[in-house]
Design a protein around this ligand. Structure first.
Ligand SMILES: *Cc1c(COP(=O)(O)O)cnc(C)c1O
Length: 449
């Protein structure tokens, strides 16, 4: 009892902190110290070690955000070129998304799980309207991992087949099912055996998929689905040849396998079209969405599918369920997100800003060839590949010091990603380029010694 009265006091103190508009200098110092201690004792001390390798100040504590920037607890501002790995397409805390969430919260937060919750229906309708081709039904989830998990299950459910073709360097999530599709050995090895029936082939190579489809058919293990990212994000912004998706689409049809596109990162305008598959006019059977789908405010994802895929799910809607997936607050955010993306023409802006930034970055790559190996991208999904891992860490660290946050790919900085909000201004883009130029100049001159 004594212990719990302390817990009540402690939690009350956190609540007061959350409610504060301004912190005093002492409170700021306390937040940093307490956060570092709590992470070290109760979250994971390894995370602090990792932070030391990628930042000039590993104790930086984020506190507020707006638009394309966020600030640490002391008010240092960062231009967000990491974009939460692709969450913040409409920017941080877009007013229209926030208002939708406030309005919904004022009336109802979660749903009964039994009656019809209207927003789930309305959002599904909007999703059918903005997704390509005849994609029709949506199942809402809480994360990208869950959207892939759903896609994998629906493919087995519809085809009755068991195996999948996936690609090397792919990232699809880390639950046992989605991890089976993910490609990186370090993340998979400790958890073997995973779901059986996953065959990894090199990414970007349509022949490799065809050979595997043929082999699987030959040995009597027909493929339920081919699952790919239209551009690999976590793999380091890997852009496949233009004819890759159309060819994979055609061979899936020929072998009776479904095509699942994981657009968790490439979707919602990121690459210059609402969905990346629209660059090549390919319609998947199942489309996986998450990350930016909730407007950078709420966690929500979707598995979107053609009508035929739902057959078994119509017979028994409880074959696959989730308690929180598609709850009213998250749906309100996702509806506002779609409205903002279209009204502010953000896919188009991503294409224009991406072209501008890519041009500038290619200029820097030519200026510092000893540091930068290649720059590539589509829309505002841009990757910078360095000559080696160490140079990548140095540049990411230098940018952090200069107030620009970028993303390494998980446990590797040979490629870093530039994925700012699609609303990033030209002025902010120029600031990023100028700061990167200075950082590259420093890294270049110390690398030459
Ligand atoms: C981030 C990501 C996922 C996993 O999403 P979570 O929300 O982290 O579970 C899956 N696929 C792709 C392509 C991703 O980028």
């Amino acid at each position: 009892m004594e212990k719990y009265s302390e817990v009540i006091k402690e939690s009350q103190m956190y609540l007061e902190l959350i409610a504060k508009k301004e912190l005093t200098r002492e409170e700021k110092d306390w937040v940093v110290k307490a956060a570092v201690e709590a992470f070290s004792e109760h979250v994971n001390p390894g995370f602090l070690e990792y932070r030391k390798s990628v930042s000039t100040d590993y104790t930086s504590v984020e506190w507020s955000d707006q638009g394309s920037t966020f600030t640490d607890v002391y008010g240092k501002e960062y231009i967000d070129c990491l974009g939460g790995y692709g969450i913040y397409n409409v920017g941080h805390r877009h007013p229209k998304v926030m208002q939708a969430v406030y309005n919904q919260l004022d009336r109802q937060a979660l749903h009964s799980q039994e009656l019809l919750d209207p927003l789930r229906g309305f959002l599904a309708k909007l999703v059918a309207e903005i997704t390509p081709g005849d994609l029709k039904y949506a199942f809402f989830v809480n994360s990208g991992t869950e959207s892939v998990e759903g896609g994998l299950k629906f493919a087995r459910m519809y085809t009755g087949r068991k195996s999948y073709i996936v690609t090397t360097r792919a990232f699809h999530g880390k639950s046992l099912g989605s991890l089976s599709a993910t490609a990186k050995g370090v993340f998979r090895t400790p958890f073997l055996p995973l779901v059986p029936g996953f065959h990894h082939v090199p990414y970007g190579n349509a022949e490799a998929i065809e050979m595997m489809l043929e082999s699987c058919a030959f040995i009597g293990e027909d493929v339920a689905a081919v699952l790919i990212e239209p551009i690999q994000g976590e793999g380091g912004v890997i852009i496949p040849p233009d004819d890759y998706l159309p060819r994979v689409r055609e061979m899936c049809d020929r072998y009776g396998a479904l095509l699942i596109l994981d657009e968790v990162q490439t979707g919602m305008g990121r690459t210059g079209k609402m969905f990346c598959c629209q660059h090549s006019n390919v319609v998947p059977d199942i489309l996986c969405l998450a990350k930016a789908f909730g407007g950078g405010v709420m966690p929500i994802g979707a598995v979107v599918a053609r009508e035929k895929i739902w057959e078994k799910l119509v017979e028994n809607p409880f074959l696959h369920t989730t308690t929180f997936g598609g709850n009213p607050v998250c749906c309100a955010a996702a509806i506002a997100n779609i409205n903002v993306l279209l009204e502010e023409n953000l896919p188009r802006r991503a294409a224009e800003s991406g072209e501008y930034m890519l041009g500038k970055l290619k200029g820097l790559a030519e200026k510092y060839p000893a540091v930068v190996q290649e720059v590539r991208g589509k829309g505002l999904m841009i990757g910078i590949e360095f000559q080696n891992n160490e140079l990548g860490y140095e540049v990411a660290t230098g940018l952090f010091g200069a107030g620009v946050l970028v993303a390494g790919t998980l446990i590797n900085a040979k490629s870093i990603r530039i994925e700012p909000p699609l609303t990033i201004t030209r002025e902010q883009q120029d600031a990023v380029i100028n700061r990167l130029d200075k950082v590259l100049e420093n890294v270049n001159s110390s690398a030459g010694k």
